[in-house]
Design a protein around this ligand. Structure first.
Ligand SMILES: Cc1cc2nc3c(=O)[nH]c(=O)nc-3n(C[C@H](O)[C@H](O)[C@H](O)COP(=O)(O)OP(=O)(O)OC[C@H]3O[C@@H](n4cnc5c(N)ncnc54)[C@H](O)[C@@H]3O)c2cc1C
Length: 415
C-alpha cells in the first residue's frame, strides 16, 4: 500500500508548540537554569573529594538556604518558596546529576523534614521552626527506620510515653538516619522528625505518633556515624539514641496515634524525589558514555560505531526518556498537601531507580577501565544508584504496594 501523500491532517491550533513536561512554565525553566548554574559552580568541584573522604558538605547545604531551596515547598510567610512538586523534582534531578550524596542530604532536610512540617505541623510549630530550617540555620532529619524495623514500619519499637505534665519520654534507637549527625564529631541534627509507638489499637497494631526532637533536649544523642557505605558517601548516615529523652507537649505533631496518615502523605514526595535523583544519575551517565564513545577509538573506529556499544547507548537513551516522562507526569499531577498518588510515587521509584542503576552500569561498560575510576564520575554514580533501590522503600515494597493498589482499583489500568 502506498502512503497517501495528498491528504493532510490539519492539527488543531496550538499544535507544534512543544510542551516540555519537565519545564512546564517559565518559572520552572528559570529554576532549573539557576540550580544548574549553582551546581556547575559549587557542587561539581567538590563532589569527588567529599565522596572520597566520606564527608558531608554542611556549608554547601546551608548555602542553598540563600537560594530559597531549603524550604522549596514551605510557605513564603515562614521563609519558604512555596513551590510545587515539579520544582522539587527539578532541584533533585539537577543536584543528583552532579553529586547524588549531597542531593540525598538535601532531600532529607527539605523533603523529609521541611515538607513534612509544612504540611503536617501546627501553625505554632511551623512559625517556630520553619524559618530556621528554611534559612539553613538548623539542619533537619527524619527518623523512621530502626535497627530491627525498616520495611515493616509498624514493627518499630521506639516508644513515647506521656507524663503527668503533658511532656513525653522517648526511648529507643533509630538507624540509617540521613543528616542524623552533621559532622565527624557526632554533632546531632538540630531537629529530627521522630516516629514512635504511643499505643496499640484494637486490632493489635502499633499506633504511631510524631515528635519534633531538638538538639539539646536531654536524652537525645548520636549513637554512631555509619561509615564505609557503598555509595552516598557525601551524606552522613547515623544511628540515633533516645534514652529517656524528654520532649515538651508542644512538640507532638498532630494527634496522638495519627502518624500513619502524614507518614504516607510525605512518603509520596519522598519517593518522587528519590526517583528524580535517579533521573539525574541517568542523565549524567548517558552524557558521559555518549561523550566517551565519540572520543574513544579502537580498531580504527570510534567505539560508538560498534553495534554492541550502540545497544548500551540506545537502550540507555530510551530508558532515560521513559523515566523522565513518567517522573514529570507524576510530579505535574501531585498535590503536595494530600495523599493519593501512591500508585505512581511507588511506580516512578520502582522504575527509575533500577533504570538509573542499569544506565550507570552501561556507562561504566562503555567507558572501560576509565569508567571504573573516580575521576570519570560514573563509578560514583554507579555506587550511589544502588541506595535508591533500598532507601525510602525497597523496590520489593513498591511491587507489593502497586499490586495491592491495582487489586483495589483495577479501573485505573483502563482510565
Ligand atoms: C544510606 C541510607 C540512608 C537512609 N536514610 C534514612 C532516613 O533518613 N530515615 C529513615 O527513617 N530511614 C533511612 N534509611 C533506611 C531505609 O529506608 C531502609 O533501609 C529501608 O526502608 C529498608 O529497611 P531495612 O534496611 O530495615 O531492610 P528490611 O526491611 O529488613 O528488608 C530486607 C529485605 O527484605 C525485603 N522485605 C521486607 N519485607 C518484605 C515483604 N513484606 N515482602 C517482600 N520483601 C520484603 C526487603 O525488600 C529487603 O530486600 C536509610 C538507609 C540507608 C542505607
Amino acid at each position: 500500500m502506498k502512503p497517501n501523500t495528498k491528504k493532510q491532517i490539519h492539527p488543531p491550533t496550538g499544535w507544534g508548540q512543544v510542551m516540555d513536561i519537565a519545564n512546564p512554565s517559565e518559572e520552572h525553566q528559570m529554576l532549573r537554569d539557576m540550580v544548574r548554574d549553582f551546581v556547575n559552580e559549587n557542587v561539581e568541584p567538590q563532589a569527588l573529594e567529599f565522596d572520597r573522604d566520606e564527608k558531608f558538605n554542611l556549608d554547601l547545604l546551608r548555602s542553598l538556604g540563600e537560594l530559597g531551596l531549603l524550604g522549596i515547598t514551605a510557605s513564603e510567610e515562614y521563609g519558604g518558596s512555596g513551590l510545587d512538586a515539579v520544582a522539587t523534582v527539578i532541584v533533585h534531578e539537577e543536584l543528583s546529576a552532579s553529586d547524588p550524596g549531597f542531593a540525598l542530604a538535601y532531600l532529607a532536610h527539605s523533603m523529609l523534614f521541611v515538607n513534612n512540617l509544612e504540611f503536617n505541623g501546627s501553625d505554632e510549630q511551623r512559625s517556630r521552626i520553619l524559618p530556621k530550617v528554611c534559612s539553613g540555620e538548623w539542619i533537619g532529619a527524619m527518623a523512621m527506620s530502626e535497627p530491627d524495623a525498616g520495611t515493616d514500619v509498624l514493627g518499630l519499637s521506639t516508644t513515647a510515653d506521656q507524663r503527668e505534665d503533658g511532656s513525653w519520654v522517648i526511648n529507643g534507637r533509630k538507624m540509617w538516619i540521613t543528616n542524623g549527625c552533621i559532622d565527624d564529631e557526632g554533632t546531632a541534627a538540630d531537629v529530627v522528625w521522630v516516629y514512635a509507638r504511643t499505643g496499640t489499637n484494637s486490632k493489635g497494631r502499633a499506633e504511631l505518633s510524631t515528635f519534633l526532637v531538638e538538639n539539646g533536649m536531654p536524652g537525645y544523642s548520636v549513637g554512631q556515624k555509619i561509615i564505609d557505605k557503598t555509595g552516598m558517601r557525601a551524606s552522613n548516615t547515623a544511628e540515633l539514641v533516645f534514652e529517656d529523652c524528654v520532649v515538651p507537649a508542644a512538640n507532638l505533631v498532630g494527634q496522638v496515634g495519627d502518624s500513619m496518615i502524614h507518614m504516607m502523605r510525605n512518603l509520596e514526595i519522598e519517593r518522587l524525589t528519590l526517583a528524580a535523583m535517579s533521573l539525574g544519575i541517568a542523565r549524567r551517565s548517558l552524557h558521559e558514555m555518549n561523550k566517551y564513545a565519540t572520543e574513544r577509538e579502537a580498531f580504527g573506529s570510534r567505539i560508538r560505531d560498534f553495534g554492541q556499544m550502540q545497544r548500551y547507548i540506545g537502550e540507555s537513551w530510551a530508558k532515560y526518556r521513559a523515566m523522565r516522562s513518567y517522573i514529570y507526569d507524576t510530579a505535574n499531577n501531585m498535590g503536595l498537601g494530600n495523599a493519593g498518588q501512591r500508585l505512581d510515587s511507588d511506580g516512578v521509584k520502582l522504575f527509575a531507580t533500577t533504570a538509573a542503576k542499569e544506565i550507570a552500569d552501561a556507562a561504566m561498560q562503555v567507558m572501560g577501565g576509565y569508567g571504573y575510576v573516580a575521576e570519570y564520575v560514573v563509578e560514583r554514580l554507579w555506587r550511589d544508584s544502588k541506595l535508591l533501590e533500598i532507601g525510602g522503600g525497597t523496590i520489593e515494597s513498591h511491587q507489593k504496594n502497586i499490586t495491592r493498589d491495582l487489586s483495589k482499583s483495577p479501573e485505573v489500568i483502563n482510565d
